[in-house]
Each structure stands twice: as structure tokens, then as C-alpha cells.
Design a protein around this ligand. Structure first.
Ligand code: ES4
Ligand code: ZN
Length: 337
């Protein structure tokens, strides 16, 4: 039988974890006090870390979650705040048996508060260097653009000197697209993604989380993405499933997130068995662990096991596909395999 120890020991890659989503209510209140940031006084959820945690247990939708997520990250000010946030994640990742993590961040949410891009990267990079040294965890940063903002604003951020310099240095491996999905279709971001491709950046986008499977198809056709984040609604389109299986596009699936944001009513509804039967590659990820019941990657693996009873060999295939779908060097992939 597949045990927790077996799942923990697998060489896991994480592809879908928003660093800002690792901000726990306890750290949020600590940083708010340190940085003199006032939290909303008209929402009783912000009375204490305990009441906030309780509010996190009943998100009604992606947008309801995002409201709290964007307020939460307003307490992040200094490089050491960003470093502590990322380090907190890497400690959990190490405990869960992660060997390689490709993590998202949302620069626009910080630049708009006059936190510099260099401050963000300095903090994250310090944590990444330490995670490599102390835990042997390799990592990559993926720069996400927030699709609820005007596409020209996203492109202006993409073109900022500091942002371009981080791409050239190799500190950022690729771009992603996140935030509210419905009514913000992939086609709005065609020129952003064309620009990223011309720089040799890797490309992914959230699609088919709350939005229709058409957004998955359009992300492939119009944005030329190499991975799809979530992608669960692909199950509505058998033809697209065939295409994604054939192309080998990897879906970064986040089962507990999908349930807690009420995209699905249980983990058993994640189309894991359909994906396996169709030959669709996927990884299993935590999304925003501090907002989703403190569930990190291993909790998501266990939830999938409880719902689908995969075999040892099926689990090894999940992890092999996750390694092959990673954006690290081929040498690093061989080490992990
Ligand atoms: C996100 Cl779960 C999810 N979906 C879209 N955007 C996000 N940003 C952080 N978590
Ligand atoms: Zn996400």
C-alpha cells in the first residue's frame, strides 16, 4: 500500500506555489506590527490571526480569496520580509520531500505599493541560495502578471529595466498569468507572451481553474504556453485532452485549492483518473498553502491518494513527469530521476 512515508520520499517537484500565498496569518500580523501597516478596520476577520484563519476556512470563490490575498501581502515591505516568507516555504518544502521548486511571485502587487523589484528579488534570492545550500532544494522564480489589471500595465511592468535585468541574469526563468480568471481571457496578453518568448523565457498561465476550457485552448494557441496552471476544466473537452496528452503539456494541478475555492466539491472530483487514462501529464501542487488550510505539497499528495488510490508505479510516473516538465537544466533533471 501507498503510505505517507512513500509519498514523502518521492522526489517531488513543485510547479505551482505563489510565494505570497505562503504568508500565514501569524506572520501577517507580526509584519503588520513591525512595518506599521494598518489592516482593514471594517472587516472583523482582521481582529486577530485566529479570526483571520477562521475566515480562510470559508472562501466562496477565487475572487473572495484574492481579496484577502492582496490585503495580506500589503505587510511585505523589506527584503528580509520577502526572505522570511520564502524561507518559511522552503522549510515546509524540505519537510515534505521537495527536491525542486518553481515558485510564482506577483511583482505588480508590490511595485504598486512602492516596494522595489530589487527588494523583492534580493529577499527571494537570499532564501533560494540558503534552500540550495541547507536543503539541496533547487528552485526557479516565475514572474506572474495579474490579469485583472490592464494588459498594457502588465506589458509596462514586463519592460521595466529591473525586470528585464532579472530575466537576462537568469534570476527569473519564466512568466505566468494569475489572479481573476473569468472575463480576463488569454487573448489580452498575446503581445506580452510574444515578448517573453522572444527573450527565451519559459511560459505558463493559469487557465481552466474557474474559467472555461476555451481559456486553456487559447493559452496554448495564442500565448504559446508550455504548461497550464490548474487546467482542471479540460475534462469538459475530450478533443483538447487528446491534444494536451499528445503534446505532453504539463498541467500543474492544485487539488486542495480547487476544493477550498469551491471550484470542486471534493478532491475526488479532480479529474486525476481521467488524466492518467488519457496520458495527460500533471504535477500536484499546493498553490497558496497558508491560505488553504496550511496544506503544503505532501498534504495534496495524500489527499489525491485518499481519493484515487494510485499505485506505487503510478506515483513514480507522476513524479517522473513532474521532473521532465520542470524548467531546470537537463543535468539537474537527470540527478532527480
Ligand atoms: C491564485 Cl489559486 C490562484 N488563482 C489565480 N491567481 C492566484 N494568485 C494566487 N493564487
Ligand atoms: Zn495559482
Amino acid at each position: 500500500d501507498v503510505t505517507r512515508d512513500f509519498l514523502k520520499a518521492l522526489p517531488k517537484c513543485e510547479h505551482h506555489m505563489h510565494l505570497e500565498g505562503a504568508l500565514t496569518p501569524a506572520v501577517l500580523f507580526k509584519l503588520a506590527a513591525k512595518n506599521n501597516i494598518s489592516l482593514p478596520s471594517d472587516d472583523s476577520a482582521f481582529t486577530s490571526a485566529e479570526t483571520l484563519l477562521q475566515r480562510y476556512e470559508r472562501f466562496s470563490s477565487l475572487d473572495d480569496f484574492l481579496h484577502y490575498y492582496y490585503i495580506g501581502m500589503s505587510v511585505l515591505i523589506t527584503a528580509s520580509d520577502f526572505e522570511a516568507l520564502a524561507w518559511d516555504y522552503f522549510e515546509h518544502a524540505a519537510a515534505d520531500g521537495v527536491v525542486h521548486a518553481e515558485v510564482f511571485f506577483d511583482p505588480q502587487a508590490h511595485l504598486s505599493r512602492n516596494v522595489s523589484y530589487e527588494t523583492i528579488l534580493q529577499g527571494f534570492n537570499a532564501a533560494r541560495v540558503r534552500a540550495q545550500r541547507e536543503f539541496d532544494i533547487s528552485s526557479e522564480l516565475i514572474c506572474c502578471f495579474m490579469r485583472h489589471l490592464p494588459a498594457p500595465d502588465c506589458e509596462a511592468t514586463f519592460k521595466l529595466e529591473d525586470v528585464q535585468a532579472s530575466y537576462k541574469r537568469g534570476d527569473v526563468v519564466g512568466i505566468g498569468l494569475d489572479s481573476s480568471e473569468n472575463n480576463f481571457p488569454p487573448e489580452l496578453f498575446k503581445s506580452l507572451y510574444a515578448g517573453a518568448k522572444s527573450l527565451g523565457l519559459r511560459r505558463t498561465a493559469h487557465a481552466g481553474e474557474e474559467g472555461p476550457s476555451k481559456y486553456i485552448e487559447d493559452s496554448l494557441d495564442l500565448l504559446d504556453v508550455e504548461r497550464i496552471d490548474h487546467g482542471i476544466r479540460i475534462a469538459e473537452d475530450p478533443k483538447l485532452m487528446e491534444r494536451v496528452a499528445k503534446q505532453g503539456t504539463l498541467l500543474s494541478v492544485c487539488p486542495i485549492s480547487n476544493v477550498l475555492l469551491q471550484c470542486l466539491t471534493s478532491v475526488a472530483e479532480v479529474p486525476i483518473r481521467k488524466f492518467i487514462d488519457a496520458g495527460i501529464r500533471f504535477s500536484i501542487n499546493s498553490d497558496d498553502p497558508a491560505y488553504f488550510g496550511n496544506n503544503y505539497i505532501l498534504d495534496n499528495y495524500i489527499a489525491v491518494q485518499n481519493a484515487f488510490s494510485l499505485s506505487h508505479s503510478e506515483w513514480r510516473t507522476v513524479c517522473e513527469n513532474s521532473i521532465r516538465g520542470s524548467w531546470c537544466s537537463e543535468t539537474r533533471k537527470e540527478e532527480m530521476l
